[in-house]
Design a protein around this ligand. Structure first.
Ligand SMILES: [Zn+2]
Length: 123
């Protein structure tokens, strides 16, 4: 994943329409690198900074799914302190009882329902 792809992926994740409930997410330093050349994005969520790190050992589609999972972890962690829904992205088919899972199907990063393994939408 090159710098532009990395930056685009992070931007796409943060502009996910289901994140409308999270109005103050912003992205800084997209595509910077840390020690061993890993790309890193610093996401500012309501004044708290979190790092999303590239895993260069994964296939490109899995890198996208991995970044989505990292953002999911951050949002779940942040949700209680902001009194926000902690299930992101929620599985609409199952009344928001569980979050979707980031995975890869047919070479594309997708969100899928963990109960039925149906693809809900691309990441
Ligand atoms: Zn579901």
């Amino acid at each position: 994943m090159d710098r532009q792809d990395f930056s685009d992926t992070i931007s796409r994740l943060l502009s996910d329409e289901s994140l409308e409930w999270f109005p103050r997410a912003s992205l800084t330093f997209p595509g910077d690198t840390v020690g061993d050349g890993q790309k890193v994005a610093v996401v500012d969520l309501d004044g708290q900074l979190f790092q999303l790190l590239e895993n260069p050992y994964l296939e490109p589609a899995w890198q996208v799914a991995d970044l989505a999972s990292q953002l999911q972890d951050v949002l779940v962690e942040m949700a209680p302190s902001l009194r926000l829904e902690s299930v992101w992205p929620a599985c609409v088919a199952h009344q928001h009882t569980h979050p979707l899972t980031a995975t890869v199907r047919d070479g594309r990063a997708v969100w899928e329902c963990p109960a039925t393994h149906e693809t809900v939408r691309p990441i």
